[in-house]
Ligand binder design. Structure first.
Ligand SMILES: *Cc1c(COP(=O)(O)O)cnc(C)c1O
Length: 451
């Protein structure tokens, strides 16, 4: 019999309270509850993985944002960015708080109408509006934000047969010191495209120029960039006033504020370093009040903030399927939520907290999802307490974009639950069943039988 090969024992360093830049690490306690509801109970009742949205966090975040702007500027209006999270329960919390709606497709537009929002409070953005979309929005008195000249000509043409003049704005892109510049949307400020589009609208006489819009990017870490953008839009507005004696009604600064999440590769947590609503509000409102607008003629300030209003309100509860050692000796944990549910894990290091008590020992860990795909990695490296199969983790700050960009891939998408202000739980989107997927399929007769 061949002698078995000797393998030396493998010693692993367990860390406890590694010192960092600011002293010994202060571990966060386990996330046993979300808004007063036990994580274990949520998983037992609604399954794992599970999306959980907090009504309390949405309302308090919205109020913080609204206050930051309304204490600095007399006329402020938020418009909820549907593509950030368009579950109706979530949208309607924002509408109850006073938000208008901001949409970028015909599908989203119809969703807003179904939610009972006054069509005059819908902002229709995006480069892909069809003639049908434009006609419907214009006749409803919604605000149409024109993205390119072909759209401008199409709408001017359609306007001829309409009973009311379409209400429009143009989207303007510009150099705000943020690169790469988002110049694929709208008309450029610096090269004169924006001014050209404005002149075409004003001289056509067929469209009512109601506002000016920009959306400079997303997760913008510089509040100052918004000050630059607001100044440029104010400058355009004042030129319109001078040349055409026409006052626009609003300036729409778009979205793009950073949430409290931490971008990959950042040394410090986003909750400590990202600009606050007050920082953004200060930059924007200062630019507007210091511009040439007469005090009694200040335009309405519209904000289409998405991510920063809802990211912190979302969590995913996930369960440990297995632990394993990679060939390098590194510890890996497999959980039941994959990147198909957590799209934002490609950009963020979400805070991740065990849902049960743990000892002081920790180890560097890679977290994988359950998909049979090499890219299904939720986190390349995170120091976590030792976990067992069946333990649960809460992945925080997952409320933005995951519930609109998630993919149905090899598994079914899970329940989404909202915890209300009284800590009562409600399913706001049912978990998928096999028939919710296969019900849409059609198999030609000759392929029905495999025998
Ligand atoms: C996506 C989008 C928003 C919301 O952006 P956030 O980065 O989530 O704040 C607002 N306006 C427009 C035009 C958008 O496309």
């Amino acid at each position: 019999m061949e002698k078995k090969q000797y393998e030396r024992p493998h010693l692993i360093k367990l860390e406890s309270g590694m010192p960092g830049k600011f002293g010994t690490r202060n571990d966060s306690p386990p996330a046993t509850h979300i808004d007063g509801v036990m994580v274990k109970d949520l998983a037992a009742k609604y399954g794992s993985p599970l999306f959980v949205m907090s009504e309390r966090t949405i309302r308090s975040t919205y109020r913080k944002a609204y206050k930051a702007f309304s204490t600095r500027y007399p006329k402020v209006q938020f418009a909820w960015s549907y593509k950030t999270n368009y579950l109706s329960a979530i949208c309607n919390i924002f509408h109850q708080e006073g938000s208008w709606a901001e949409v970028v497709s015909g599908f989203e537009y119809d969703k807003v109408l179904a939610n009972g929002v006054d069509p005059g409070k819908i902002i229709f953005n995006g480069p892909g509006k069809s003639a049908e979309d434009l006609k419907k929005a214009a006749e409803n008195g919604s605000l149409i934000h024109i993205d390119h000249l072909d759209e401008l000509y199409m709408l001017t043409d359609l306007a001829g047969d309409m009973k009311r003049k379409p209400l429009v704005a143009i989207r303007v892109n510009m150099d705000t010191g943020i690169y790469p510049m988002w110049d694929r949307f709208g008309f450029n400020y610096e090269n004169g495209q924006a001014w050209d589009a404005i002149n075409k609208i004003m001289l056509s006489g067929k469209l009512e120029l109601a506002g000016l819009h920009t959306h400079i990017g997303t997760f913008i870490m510089s509040a100052n960039a918004y000050g630059v953008a607001a100044s440029k839009l104010a400058d355009l507005a004042l030129n319109i006033q001078q040349k055409f004696n026409h006052n626009i009604r609003y300036i729409d600064m778009g979205g793009g504020f950073a949430s409290k999440n931490t971008l990959k590769g950042s040394y410090l947590p986003g909750s400590d370093t990202n600009p606050t609503f007050d920082d953004y509000a200060e930059a924007i409102t200062t630019a507007l009040v210091n511009s040439g607008f007469k005090p009694d003629n200040l335009p309405l300030l519209i904000l289409e903030t998405g991510r920063a209003l809802v990211d912190e309100a979302g969590s995913i509860i996930t369960t440990v399927i297995a632990n394993k050692r990679l060939s390098t000796g590194r510890r890996a944990t497999i959980v039941d939520a994959g990147v198909n549910l957590l799209f934002t894990s490609f950009w963020y290091q979400h805070p991740i907290t065990p849902a049960q008590g743990f000892s002081q020992y920790r180890e560097e860990n890679t977290i994988y999802g359950p998909l049979c795909m090499n890219i299904d990695c939720l986190r390349e490296s995170i120091s976590l307490p030792l976990l067992n199969k069946g333990d649960q983790l809460v992945i925080h700050y997952t409320g933005a974009y995951n519930l609109t960009q998630w993919m149905q891939f090899i598994t079914l998408r899970p329940n989404v639950v909202m915890i209300d202000m009284d800590s009562k739980t409600h399913i706001i989107r049912e978990g998928e069943t096999v028939t919710s997927i296969t019900g849409l399929e059609k198999t030609p007769d000759f392929l029905v039988n495999v025998k």
